[in-house]
Design a protein around this ligand. Structure first.
Ligand code: NAD
Length: 424
């Protein structure tokens, strides 16, 4: 299954600037000193490669690719590789920085990175994608490494590409190196529980936030935007804990049932219909714009960027927003959300269950030992709960919203580590 991460829309907020706006607020609250601010505000390394690939028609095409390491202060940098026609450097820089903050929030020993290749994988043959993946890996073979920079899937790439990357790297280095990449197929050292890890983390964050707000899951309702990997798992696991999921949506539309949608049935339907809910009869169709502003207790955006904006934020009725997607809330909507008293569990906390289990995959590869699913889930749940408590405590201490608190926790950890390690 491909891990598809929706690309940003160009006339929306620049993702790097949007990330920096929050970073700046947190840095000010924290009183971050100028030296550390300057270290963290720009990526450590930005590499642009041009790789020639022989296409099926015998012609050679040159593809531009990026690999950005935002920071390696906490450890080797970690982050996915995106294949998309419109991937651009500022986007990769923002995604790399988000990885730094995510890893720091959940307290795993990684820095942040991200990569991308400008290409349209859906119009290329498997052979062309394989050659492109191998060429990109070969050009970055001295950058990647289990102790240096560890890629993973992102939009347009999946376990298949990670297997090619691992193989190319291993051949060049002359030894099988599973831990150079995560998100591999299970037979090649992938971890049990990785597929559902992000949705599970969203559910754990939602339960923790509901407890703080005094909300009983069995008496609460929710809507979930996006019914892919993250959204469907989050909906299923929240429903299992008693939350009534009144509405869900995907690219085909939005679906509503006053009595609660049977999520198992919806997942079965989607799996049998090319990943889409179109034609699902267990709910009524509704206007997708109304889903986000519906009268429910919890809103889980788990699809694309910038869906909660100054254009709809006034109408949002949920008390709690749990961000499964990366960047679903535009920077400009933050203030209104705060004024309305809505609690937001921000993306860098709520969706970090994925990178947490990627970290477990790397640990297992290095141990040469496979953990059971129960062990993976139990440890991931503990890490997510501890991260939630750290962020909640920071929000109380500094009297700031959870989003800024998450940045504070992350920046503080990276800054302290930098102080101990020192510069030049
Ligand atoms: P996916 O491709 O599996 O699913 C995306 C879903 O969103 C699909 O159901 C699609 O139909 C739906 N969708 C697309 N545009 C929509 C729209 N405008 N309105 C409503 N639904 C729409 O992707 P995913 O892996 O579930 O990722 C979803 C989000 O979670 C992304 O922002 C991604 O960056 C983030 N995320 C994913 C992971 C992971 O491990 N998969 C980890 C961290 C963050």
């Amino acid at each position: 299954m491909l891990y598809k991460e929706p690309a940003p829309i160009k006339d929306r907020e620049n993702p790097f600037e949007s990330m920096m706006s929050r970073f700046n607020i947190a840095a000010e609250v924290l009183g971050l000193d100028e030296e550390v601010y300057n270290v963290l505000k720009s990526p450590t390394r930005q590499v642009i490669v041009n790789v020639p690939v022989t296409m099926d028609d015998g012609k050679v095409r040159v593809f531009e690719g990026f690999r950005v390491m935002h920071s390696n202060i906490l450890g080797p940098s970690k982050g996915g590789i995106r294949y998309a026609p419109d991937v651009f450097l500022d986007e990769v820089k923002a995604l790399a920085a988000w990885m730094t903050w995510k890893c720091a929030v959940v307290d795993i020993p990684y820095g942040g990175a991200k990569g991308g290749i400008i290409c349209d994988p859906y119009s290329m043959s498997a052979g062309e994608i394989e050659r492109l993946t191998r060429a990109y890996t070969s050009s970055l073979v001295d950058i990647f490494g289990p102790d240096q920079d560890i890629p993973a899937p992102d939009m347009g790439t999946g376990p298949r590409e990670m297997a090619w990357l691992m193989d190319e790297y291993s051949k060049t280095k002359g030894s099988t190196t599973h831990a150079v990449v995560t998100g591999k197929p299970l037979v090649l050292g992938g971890s049990l529980g990785r597929v559902e890890a992000t949705g599970r983390g969203v559910m754990v964050s939602a339960m923790a936030a509901m407890e703080k707000l005094g909300m009983d899951p069995h008496k609460s309702t929710a809507v979930v935007q996006g019914f892919g990997n993250v959204g469907s798992w989050a909906a299923k696991l929240m429903a299992e804990r008693g939350v009534k999921i009144l509405g869900v949506s995907d690219v085909s539309g939005a679906y509503w049932n006053d009595k609660g949608i049977d999520i198992e049935e919806a997942i079965e339907y989607k799996n049998a219909h090319n990943g889409r809910l179109e034609g699902f009869t267990g709910a009524e169709q509704m206007n997708p714009d109304d889903l986000l502003t519906a009268k429910v207790d919890v809103l889980v955006p788990a699809a694309v960027e910038d869906v909660i904006t100054i254009h709809n934020v006034d109408k949002i009725q949920a008390r709690l927003i749990v961000e499964g997607a990366n960047g679903p809330t535009s920077y400009k909507a933050d203030n209104i959300i705060n004024e309305k008293g809505i609690m937001v569990v921000p993306d860098i906390l709520a969706n970090s269950g994925g990178v947490t289990v990627s970290y477990f995959e790397w640990v297992q590869n290095r141990m040469g030992f496979k953990w059971t699913l129960d062990r993976v889930n139990e440890r991931a749940e503990r890490i997510m709960n501890e991260a939630f408590e750290r962020v909640y405590a920071a929000s109380q201490k500094y009297n700031v919203p959870m989003r800024i608190a998450a940045y504070i926790v992350a920046i503080d950890k990276v800054a302290m580590t930098y102080k101990y390690r020192g510069g030049f």
